[in-house]
Design a protein around this ligand. Structure first.
Ligand SMILES: Cc1cc2nc3c(=O)[nH]c(=O)nc-3n(C[C@H](O)[C@H](O)[C@H](O)COP(=O)(O)OP(=O)(O)OC[C@H]3O[C@@H](n4cnc5c(N)ncnc54)[C@H](O)[C@@H]3O)c2cc1C
Length: 495
């Protein structure tokens, strides 16, 4: 049996960042990762010599003075080869064939859209101010004096859609402002203004891609934590947590490993985290059921395309394409009928220095129910029916992208696809959800989970807590470590 101060389950961004915060305070930390590769949704992979990213494509809020800049400075990630996207148009929104730019700078953001919607200038300023305000207060979630009432704040308990309807009179502009929101899940009935504002605001405050993809970030984090003495184990799937007298005493892995510690942090989905506890853990049935019933945001279907050399120009922006009059209802038919009638698509390019793109990624939401029946089967060994679904969805995505990028089809060398089931297999995320549990402004107490669980020395971290994405997960790492180290110590060097 090995002994530690803290054992962390899962080496996604959240697990590795918690290891970094705790490691620098001299705690003896072990990170247990079930996969042979580290990073979870930040994994990169190679096919036919090309590098692809499983999930992560770009980050927001990395301009100096902005929240992610501060967080990445703390984690020693600022000197990685970040590539800033076009400040005048980091995200291009295409609505039924017409293009609109979303700038990566607050002033330019309002100026650019005012030119296209001259009657909406004042409304755009109000929108911009409201988002900036929420963004400026992101670190309030950490401060004990404000954190106590933080989740009662109106930004959490109010609707994103109602804010848009109230603030922006022009329905087309509402669509444009929501257009880069394939980075969250637009759902009128549940999406809190806080999530909409934090995510969208961050991408107005400096959007960046990373040369070498997610793997570059993961490798740096692992190198940094190992320097602190943290031990990182791959192929170490935690299968159960042993409890005695209301506390976890050890994590057991499928290969027979036993890891004892004073504290245990779970970087995996809350439902999976609770499933690791047996009936003897003292966790009440009501809590267990509540966590098990939490709904997930959608998963993604991804088409990773390796291009023939020097065929398609590299674009230093993302393109979000819609063929619907209501962005908030995008892919409704696909979800209702389980058919590839897609009407929303994200197009992203990993950085390239040659002027030509080497790779292009196409992403669209996909219902998990479509692929669920293959859950018990292995990647690469699924039947012809599964392959046919992937082919049909891939074709629908390429057709949609081709209209915006003529020449795309001729430029294709190889195509690789993944469904939410692929994400489930590689990252263990429940139902292959892209952004974790669905936050609900009607039910903030239940959907914005705290890091503490009913088991005294068991904590949650990662995208399922406060906010998803790279920014949200990084925030959660500090929220979780504050519960163990105390606020002052955990945020030393950050605030
Ligand atoms: C398709 C897609 C695109 C995205 N694009 C972006 C983007 O462009 N920008 C952005 O900011 N965010 C993006 N995100 C979201 C972002 O990647 C995630 O919010 C973030 O990486 C989540 O990190 P995490 O640490 O919470 O969890 P995860 O990355 O899910 O890590 C959990 C880890 O736990 C491991 N694990 C699971 N079960 C066990 C077990 N029993 N024992 C041991 N280990 C276990 C898993 O293998 C995994 O490594 C995207 C996500 C997806 C899916």
């Amino acid at each position: 049996m090995r002994e530690y101060d803290v054992v962390i389950i899962g080496a996604g961004l959240g697990g590795l960042e918690c290891a970094s915060i705790l490691g620098r305070h001299g705690l003896k930390v072990a990170v247990l990762e079930k996969h042979f590769q580290l990073g979870g949704c930040l994994q990169s992979f190679r096919r036919s010599g090309a590098l692809f990213d499983a999930g992560f494509h770009y980050v927001g809020g990395l301009d100096e003075g902005r929240p992610l800049h501060r967080l990445f400075k703390y984690f020693g990630l600022l000197d990685l080869p970040w590539v800033k996207l076009d400040s005048d148009c980091s995200d291009e929104i295409v609505l039924n064939g017409k293009s609109y730019p979303l700038a990566g700078d607050h002033q330019r953001f309002v100026e650019q859209l005012s030119k296209m919607f001259p009657t909406q200038t004042d409304n755009l300023k109000k929108y911009n101010e409201a988002l900036s305000y929420v963004g400026e207060h992101i670190f309030d979630a950490l401060r004990p004096e404000s954190a106590a009432g933080f989740f009662q704040n109106e930004a959490f308990s109010s609707s994103a859609w109602e804010f848009l309807e109230r603030t922006i009179a022009d329905p087309v502009l509402r669509n444009v402002l929501s257009g880069s929101s394939l980075k969250l899940e637009l759902k009128k009935e549940t999406l809190p203004f806080y999530v909409f504002a934090q995510i969208n605001n961050s991408f107005i405050e400096g959007s960046y891609r990373l040369q070498g993809g997610g793997e570059t970030l993961v490798n740096r984090l692992v190198k940094n934590v190992e320097t602190m003495g943290v031990e990182v184990f791959t192929k170490s799937e935690v299968s159960r947590l042993e409890v005695a007298e209301g506390r976890i005493i050890a994590a057991h892995t499928t290969d027979g490993g036993v890891f004892a510690a004073d504290h245990f942090i779970s970087n995996i989905h809350p439902a999976a985290s609770i499933s690791l506890l047996g009936e003897d853990s003292g966790v009440r049935k009501a809590y267990r059921n509540r966590i098990m019933r939490l709904e997930n945001t959608y998963g993604m279907f991804t088409v990773n395309i390796k291009l023939k050399p020097n065929t398609l120009p590299y674009l230093n922006k993302n393109i979000f394409i819609y063929t619907t009059d209501d962005v908030w209802q995008a892919n409704k038919t696909a979800f209702e009928t389980n058919t590839p009638v897609i009407d929303s698509l994200m197009v992203s390019f990993p950085p390239s220095q040659s002027g030509f793109a080497e790779v292009v990624d196409l992403l669209t939401p996909m219902p998990f129910s479509l692929v669920e029946k293959w859950s018990g089967t292995n990647v690469g060994r699924r039947d012809a029916e599964y392959e046919k679904i992937k082919e049909e969805w891939s074709e629908a995505c390429i057709c949609m992208a081709e209209k915006q990028m003529p020449g795309l089809r001729l430029a294709i060398d190889r195509v690789y696809t993944s469904t939410p089931l692929t994400y489930l297999n590689y990252t263990g995320t429940s139902q292959g959800t892209a952004y974790g549990i669905r936050k609900d402004f009607n039910n903030t107490m239940l959907t914005f989970l705290p890091p503490k669980t009913p088991v005294a020395n068991y904590y949650l971290t990662g995208q399922n807590l406060n906010l998803h994405g790279i920014l949200g997960t990084s925030m959660s790492s500090f929220i979780t470590c504050s519960a163990i180290l105390g606020f002052e110590k955990a945020t030393e060097g950050l605030l």
